[in-house]
Structures are given as C-alpha cells and as structure tokens.
Design a protein. Structure first.
Length: 432
C-alpha cells in the first residue's frame, strides 16, 4: 500500500481517566454516567462483563450496581478534556502529521515509518502513551483510515494482538475483514447495517466485495467511498487542519421539569455563555442564533418551540447574545407548561476579523472585544465560571443546573483539587 495510517484509540477513555488518579478502581467494575447522572456512557471491561449496556439508564441497573459493588462516577469533562490533550501531545512525539478525530481517538500519518517494523512502532506508541499519561490505548495500522479503524477494533478484541495490529501489508486481510460485523465498519450506521444484512452482507469482507452499483443506489457517493477505503483506496486523507464548524450548539436536559420563566432565562443565559466562549475560542462570530424549548419527550404530548434570530451584527459578545436569547425565549415561552430541555444554536459562523459593520449599531465593538478577552483570561487562569453574568442567577435560582452528584475531583485543572500524597509511618504512600 502507498500510504500508512495508524488509529490510536483510548480504551474506555472516561473510565481510564478516573483510574489514573484512583488506582483502587483497577480491575473493578466502573461506569461513568451522562449529564444529570442519567445513563452509562463509559464502562470498564469488568462492567461490560456484568451485562451493563451502553446508554442504559442508571435506575435500571441499580441492583447490578449494588450486588457487584460497581463504582459509579458522574462525568468529569474538565478532567477528560485535559487528559485528552495530554494523550494528543504525546502522540505528536511520533509524527507531526496528526488528526484529532475525537476526544479519545487520533489518526497518525506513518508514511515516514515504512522501513521499520510497524507493529513494533505501534507497540512503542502504545507503551509511551500509557507510561506518560496512564491511559491504555489500542493501535490499528493500515493503508486507509477505514481499514485502520478495523485494525484498531480487532486489536482491542484479540489477545494475540495485545492492543496493536498492523494490516498495512498482510496476507490475512480477508480473514480480518470477515471477523468484523458490517455494523462495526466506520461509516455504516444502524439503518445501513440493517439494510446490508437484509441483503446478505454480514461483515466487512462481504461489503468490500459488494457490487458498486448496488451500494451506490442505496448509500450514494459515501457508500462508494467506503468501498474504496475497504479496497485500499484512500477516500479520506488526513485532515491536519480540521474544517471550521458550521454551527455550535449548547443544550441540556433538566434534572426536573421547569415551569418558571425566571429559571429558564437563567439556564439559557448559561448556555449562551458557554456557546460564546466556544465562539471566541475558535475566533468566529455567529450571525444567526436559535433558541428552543422542549417538553418531556416521555410524556403523552411532546412540544417543541423555537425562535431563530438574524443578528444585526455577527457577534461573540456574551452580554449581547444573552440579550437576544432572552428576547427569543420570552416569545416562545408559554406560562403553565413544564419544560424538560432547552438549548441555543449558533449558525452562520464567520471569522471575527470579517464582521460586517452596521451604521445603526450601538455596541462599542472595540470595548466589547477587550472585555471578552479579559473575561476569558481570568476564567482560564482562575477557574471556569469564576466571573459570570448575573443573568445566570445564584444559589436557589440555579436549580436548573446539571447534576453531577458523584463527580471526582478536577485533579489536573483546579489547584484546590490537586491529588495529595502522604507517607505513613511504615513508608507507604497514601493518596487523598
């Protein structure tokens, strides 16, 4: 093959992050829950062995948790994000050509490593990441991204591979593809998997050998690109500079239904603040903003309300965006209804250096920019949310906030929560 890609995938990433700072969790069943401690979004291998499924609601597995002493944690996004950055920085030691695919996955360009044993190199990557960060990873190596994904999938499952599998040049490619269910192939969603299985295509090998016209008729050009990748033809090159996002959304499901407008205003203000931070971090402004509300989807009648605003001047100023969001929220709010979810969507994103001015604009844009810079610098240095707008409310007025009742400490991002180590009289180390 002319090119070589490696996919490095962190194993049970959220659980692995918790274990780095709490060794007592090793070899014990552990799960991490979603927002409001709702569903299992990460499971250790021990938890999987107990039959705990992905996305299962926590209340449905209470007996399993109690009987098997499963360790349960709320999501700790600050910790996971920081550990992800450490893993990615470690991977840059092996190649400057790196595509961060997700919080726990990255593609590496190994074209410069063709003359060495790629399995040994993959093992070096695996061992170095685990040594430097404490996060266990699997490494799949192949001639295309899709095949590298398949190699990584098999590397996790195979005891013989021990976390590293090179499919870049092997006579066992057909055997490897036959071992992967079609639904596990990168780019094949649930509906496509059902369609393919109904037509006798059960695994990746059968998909590779499928008729092009048949796949194109159902899956279009995307399906043909997938076939090409399975056949060793590069359809998806490495994206060293990820394309700018087309939109940014911040939304949450409330722990309990909310009726009062005051609480909804505070919640939406918080979501706007978070979205505005993301806009500034990516050096973009939003030209369009949508605010929406939803009632409980598990009730007999689910209602969805939204309002979209075209901003007079594209902006990432938190105060300005909160003002427009509150205007939209008041227009869609219906007194007496109970709402289970709210969100804000920013669209029409453009560079902050290319803002179209407006003669009727009353906002002091230079002052706004300096204020937002100061706000971000302080919150980054001292702690996120240390300085916030009063519209977010305080104390009891923040009952809408997402619950994280079993969250671990922010070991790497908050001075007050750093891990403490002490030695007892016998010379042993204790972690606190």
């Amino acid at each position: 093959m002319s090119s070589v890609f490696a996919l490095v995938d962190c194993n049970n990433f959220y659980v692995s992050c918790e274990r780095v700072f709490n060794p007592r969790l090793v070899d014990r069943p552990v799960i991490v829950l979603s927002n409001n401690d709702g569903c299992a979004v990460a499971r250790s291998n021990e938890a999987k062995a107990l039959g705990i499924k992905m996305a299962v609601p926590a209340f449905q597995i209470r007996d399993i948790i109690r009987k098997n002493k499963v360790q349960v944690f709320s999501s700790n996004y600050a910790l996971y994000g920081d550990m992800s950055q450490r893993v990615m920085q470690t991977l840059l030691q092996f190649t400057p050509n790196l595509e961060i695919y997700s919080i726990d996955e990255a593609f590496l360009d190994l074209n410069g490593c063709k003359r060495i044993n790629l399995t040994d190199y993959g093992r070096d990557i695996k061992n170095t990441v685990e040594k430097w960060t404490g996060i266990p990873v699997s490494v799949g190596i192949a001639g295309t991204k899709t095949l590298a994904k398949i190699a990584g999938c098999l590397a996790k499952k195979s005891n013989r591979a021990a976390g590293v599998l090179d499919l870049s040049s092997t006579k066992y490619m057909d055997q490897a593809l036959a071992a992967v269910a079609v639904g596990e192939v990168w780019g094949v969603g649930r509906q496509y998997a059902q369609f393919l299985k109904a037509n006798g295509i059960e695994n990746a090998l059968q998909l590779r050998e499928a008729d092009d016209s048949f796949i194109r008729k159902k899956m279009g050009v995307v399906g043909l690109r997938l076939l090409g990748e399975l056949r060793g033809e590069i359809s998806y090159p490495l994206e060293l500079s990820p394309p700018r996002r087309k939109s940014i959304m911040v939304s949450r499901t409330f722990k309990r239904p909310i009726v009062l407008l005051e609480e909804l205003l505070a919640a939406v203000a918080a979501y706007v603040s978070s979205g505005a931070e993301k806009l500034r971090r990516e050096n973009v402004v939003a030209g369009v903003m949508m605010v929406y509300l939803m009632t409980d989807r598990f009730k007999d009648e689910t209602c969805y309300y939204s309002r979209t605003l075209k901003l007079p001047v594209a902006s990432h100023d938190t105060a300005e965006l909160i003002r427009y969001a509150h205007k939209a929220l008041r227009e869609i709010y219906e007194k007496g209804r109970s709402y289970k979810k709210a969100g804000v969507l920013f669209n029409d994103l453009g560079s902050e250096t290319m803002v179209q001015a407006n003669f009727l604009d009353t906002v002091d844009r230079p002052r706004s920019k300096k204020l937002m810079q100061a706000l971000d610098l302080i919150n980054e240095a001292v702690g996120r949310g240390v300085i916030a707008y009063g519209a977010l409310g305080t104390g009891q007025r923040q009952s809408w906030k997402t619950a994280f009742n079993q969250r671990s400490r922010s070991y790497t991002t908050a001075w007050a929560e750093l891990l403490e180590v002490s030695c007892d009289e016998a010379g042993g180390a204790n972690l606190y």
